[in-house]
Design a protein around this ligand. Structure first.
Ligand SMILES: Cc1cc2nc3c(=O)[nH]c(=O)nc-3n(C[C@H](O)[C@H](O)[C@H](O)COP(=O)(O)O)c2cc1C
Length: 485
């Protein structure tokens, strides 16, 4: 076996990550509140020896509006509760739970994560997120998420959580029947934390988690996100568009990490990927185009469902500038035209985009054409780009699809891995169950045959799967930074 092994996570989205996927005739009707639905996915990926099963979490601002795009946000179980059940239904695979520091107290989060790390035998990781809408904050007596301040709060939050995990050292519980000493008081520590955002007297009533510190995941590519990843994260799973972008990002974050940590720690970069596998490339492309046909569009697909005044109003200005998927009500050739900078309405939805029209596309429009060429082989030059293809590409969801045979998908992953653009991938699928089963049953065996992926688990903790050392306890062996912090 070669030294360097690729890592795989499975990002469990209830209906997959293609916004039309749940309507596919073979897709199951999702049972968000039934354990069996999640455990079916868990079994598939643990059998395929994945490093981890990943539960994202976003608190919806508008459940009714979400149904047209991110259907998984319309109803989901609380992630710690679900993860504790998943722990009972698995034995090796890592479990990633998402929690937004803005919506927790560090003491509560430290207690939840330490408890689950104990109960899962050291398989937990915490995905730190700072996304979602200001509307979500209003469920927590907050006017909004706090803008850039939420990163500063998250920084102090993570520091306090790590200190709390350390607050009772390994071996503190003596339970010595002979002497009557229940706990070794020299191994119990108080934080007395007086910070800008938090005041925590400290001592978490739990022995240090089996992994010492529960590993941290983070996604995000802005300046503040890079600093947070560099300071704390073990795994980053942001979605760079090309291997070159990924290498530039990884190099930058690793350089920052060295500065902030004062040492070289491993940080694993696992870009997101959505494979769509079929027996032939042509069939895989056909599947993708079938999914695009299932996207909910405006009733008037060409002119759209809005009045003329809408297109110069504030709602459209906000949506047009947003990175989020287009909501229902603006899914038309009209809205697409506004976004790509060329009026496509005269072509109709089945018209072909000719070079003179494509030449007028703005940067966003050109990005769509590039994605379309990669996904389907349709280009303006080969006369294959219809307006409906561009429309589909713009609202299908912006997950990085890799479409083709199992060999093609495996080759793509190995190419990124070999070039140092990724240590592995956080895999999502366009819909369930077939695309997940095909990835697990057809792509993973190729990775195993090529010697870049484990055929059996060799450890049974999250840290173990990644070869991450357990950090020293900051109270037992305080380093100067922890003492002064
Ligand atoms: C692939 C990916 C998945 C994410 N999943 C979530 C999530 O489940 N919940 C959430 O609140 N934010 C989520 N986020 C948002 C990030 O936590 C973070 O707030 C955002 O990426 C910050 O972006 P920035 O680069 O502008 O700082 C996700 C981001 C990415 C890139």
């Amino acid at each position: 076996m070669p030294e360097r092994q690729l890592h795989l996570g499975y990002m469990h989205w209830l209906n997959g990550t293609h916004w039309g996927g749940w309507r596919h005739p073979d897709a199951p009707t999702a049972q968000a509140f039934e354990l069996e639905y999640a455990t079916r996915a868990l079994r598939i990926v643990e059998d395929a020896k994945f490093d981890f099963f990943f539960l994202g979490d976003t608190l919806p601002g508008d459940i009714v509006g979400e149904q047209w795009v991110t259907t998984h946000n319309t109803g989901r179980l609380e992630p710690f509760t679900l993860a504790s059940q998943l722990a009972l239904n698995s034995s090796k695979i890592g479990l990633v739970v998402t929690a937004h520091p803005t919506f927790y107290e560090p003491y509560i989060l430290a207690r939840l994560t330490a408890s689950l790390d104990h109960l899962s035998g050291g398989r937990l990781a915490w995905n730190v997120v700072l996304g979602a809408s200001d509307l979500a904050a209003r469920n927590f007596s907050l006017p909004d998420l706090g803008g850039a301040h939420r990163y500063e709060r998250a920084d102090e939050f993570i520091h306090v959580v790590r200190r709390l995990w350390d607050s009772i050292e390994d071996g503190a519980y003596l339970q010595d029947k002979r002497t009557g000493r229940y706990i070794d008081e020299t191994k119990v520590h108080r934080l007395d934390w007086q910070g800008r955002h938090f005041q925590v007297a400290g001592t978490l009533p739990l022995e240090r988690p089996p992994q010492g510190h529960v590993p941290l995941l983070y996604a995000g590519a802005s300046e503040l996100s890079r600093e947070l990843t560099a300071k704390y994260a073990d795994v980053n799973f942001t979605g760079p568009a090309t291997p070159e972008d990924s290498i530039a990002f990884n190099t930058d974050v690793r350089r920052r990490a060295e500065r902030l940590r004062g040492r070289v720690d491993p940080i694993f970069f696992l870009p997101g990927i959505t494979p769509l596998v079929a027996d032939t490339r042509a069939r895989a492309v056909e599947l993708y185009e079938e999914l695009n046909e299932l996207l909910p569009f405006d009733d008037d697909i060409v002119e759209g469902d809005q009045d003329e005044s809408y297109w110069s109003g504030p709602d459209w200005a906000r949506i047009k500038a947003s990175r989020f998927p287009l909501p229902k009500g603006v899914r038309s050739v009209r809205s697409l035209s506004e976004r790509v900078g060329a009026d496509l309405r005269p072509l109709g939805v089945d018209g072909t985009v000719k070079p003179d029209t494509a030449d007028r596309f703005n940067d966003y429009g050109r990005t769509l054409l590039t994605a379309l060429a990669q996904r389907t082989g349709r280009t303006v030059d080969n006369g294959g780009v219809r307006v409906r293809d561009v429309l589909g590409a713009s609202i299908a969801g912006n997950f990085p699809l890799v479409i083709g045979t199992a060999e093609h998908v495996a080759d793509t992953l190995i190419d990124w891995f070999d070039r140092g653009a990724a240590e592995g991938f956080n895999v999502s699928v366009p819909h369930l169950w077939e695309p997940l089963e095909r990835f697990a049953n057809e792509v993973v065996p190729i990775l195993q045959e090529r010697g870049v992926y484990r055929a059996e688990y060799t450890t049974d903790t999250f840290r173990g799967h990644f070869g991450l050392d357990t950090p020293p306890n900051s109270f037992a062996a305080p380093d100067p930074e922890e003492r002064s912090a």
